[in-house]
Design a protein around this ligand. Structure first.
Ligand SMILES: [Zn+2]
Length: 416
């Protein structure tokens, strides 16, 4: 008889910890006993998943240390209207620092480097504070400019000469545009590396996608992809091979599952499911992130054998179902991001009278009745197999709907 494959010890430790400390998991795993017991993957996979809805409905029950031991209160979007809180203990902040140190190291950031941070560090977001702590852990320097304000970003780049930027890639396009209009040369400045957050810069084959190409066409920088979500408090990061984002196996256990919850094979696409390792404040078991990506298990050419994730193709709740086909927003983004004639667009997904998804795209007035309109129709037909509804507006009207104040990134799509 074949010996069953056992789960890693760190995973057993997490399970034992939540059974002792998390009210939510004490109830969910009633009857599960981990004392002196080895656990096979087979049994592990019979355990229930945790969803964002669970955290929204039972937020406090996930807290696994006394509230007085919480060092930082992070929030992320919930499913019930209010944001949910992810409670971080002092040990969790230390873990976050180590996570980001490892992540930035993979992207070649090292001791003595100077990094300009173009994301929010306050308002209870996790990412900014994670970068800050990680950069300190690396013995590197940080300039906390925060998001937006291209003028300030450039004056800081020219003054302090950071080698690395951490930014949302679509904002880099804004920076490039500002540089061109204000006589700032993109050929000769200190920036060599941009660690990209929040948006994909690669396609399915790991080549730069339209967004990535648009950045590097004008600015000869080295782009690195990352993937993270607040609940996992861990980042997946590309190494120099740029063949997917590596899992940090010390801090996270990864599963990728199909629609029925079964593990997908090497190179196959599914939903990312995580179990946090070494967290004490808000540990999560088999948490379904809603993000869809391919997972690769072959050893990377960099020598690291940890699993890698391909670009996020979409979120489960952002799947557009249209006449039996599934479309992810990224496919629509790729069509319009690639057309220089389209200055700005907004995609609205709504339900028709029969509860089918309906796609409406707002475009600028100049496109109406032009040859570009015909090109767009052709591209939609071939890439989406669907012709969306188009409405035409003044450019400023669309821009106001996309670049909203208080949003971290452009809202190119909305589900209503
Ligand atoms: Zn690698």
């Amino acid at each position: 008889m074949q010996t069953p494959q056992l789960v890693p010890i760190a995973l057993m430790r997490t399970l034992t910890y939540v059974l002792q400390n998390s009210n939510f998991y004490k109830k969910l795993f009633k009857g599960v006993n981990t004392t002196n017991k080895e656990l096979s993957f087979h049994e592990w996979r019979t355990y229930p998943f945790t969803s964002k809805d669970d955290i929204s409905k039972n937020n406090l029950d996930f807290l696994a240390v006394p509230m007085s031991e919480i060092a930082d209160f992070v929030t992320t979007s919930g499913t019930m209207g209010d944001p949910v809180t992810i409670y971080l203990s002092r040990l969790d902040l230390k873990r976050l620092a180590l996570n980001e140190r490892d992540s930035l190291s993979l992207a070649g950031v090292k001791e003595g480097d100077l990094v300009q941070l173009m994301t929010t560090i306050d308002r209870q977001f996790m990412a900014g504070i994670a970068y800050y702590l990680g950069i300190q852990e690396l013995n590197a320097g940080i300039i906390r400019i925060g998001p937006g304000v291209p003028e300030l970003q450039w004056s800081s780049i020219l003054k302090y000469k950071p080698r690395v930027l951490i930014a949302v890639p679509s904002f880099i396009l804004v920076l490039i545009d500002y540089a061109k209009k204000n006589g700032i040369t993109l050929l000769d400045n200190s920036v060599e590396t941009i660690v990209c957050i929040g948006e994909s810069i690669r396609d399915d084959e790991f080549n730069l996608n339209v967004l990535g190409k648009r950045i590097t066409k004008d600015w000869k920088v080295n782009l690195y992809s990352t993937y993270a979500c607040t609940e996992m408090a861990t980042a997946f990061t590309e190494c120099h091979a740029k063949q997917g984002c590596h899992l940090n196996e010390k801090l996270l256990f990864l599963e990728v599952v199909d629609e029925n919850g079964n593990e997908v094979g090497d190179g196959e696409q599914g939903e990312i499911v995580i179990t946090t390792l070494e967290t004490t404040g808000t540990p999560l078991i088999r948490y379904k992130t809603g993000d869809i990506a391919k997972r690769f298990l072959q050893k990377c050419s960099c020598g690291n054998s940890s699993p890698r994730l391909g670009p996020i193709v979409g979120r489960k709740n952002q799947m557009i179902k249209y006449k039996g086909t599934t479309i992810f927003p990224q496919t629509i983004f790729d069509i319009f991001d690639n057309m220089e004639e389209v200055d700005c667009y907004k995609i609205i997904i709504s339900k028709d009278n029969y509860q089918n998804d309906q796609i409406t795209i707002l475009l600028q007035l100049e496109i109406m009745d032009s040859t570009i309109h015909k090109t767009i129709l052709g591209k939609c037909q071939s890439r989406l197999k669907v012709i969306p509804i188009f409405t035409f507006h003044e450019l400023e009207v669309i821009q106001a709907q996309v670049y909203k104040k208080n949003l971290r990134k452009p809202e190119k799509i909305v589900f209503i």
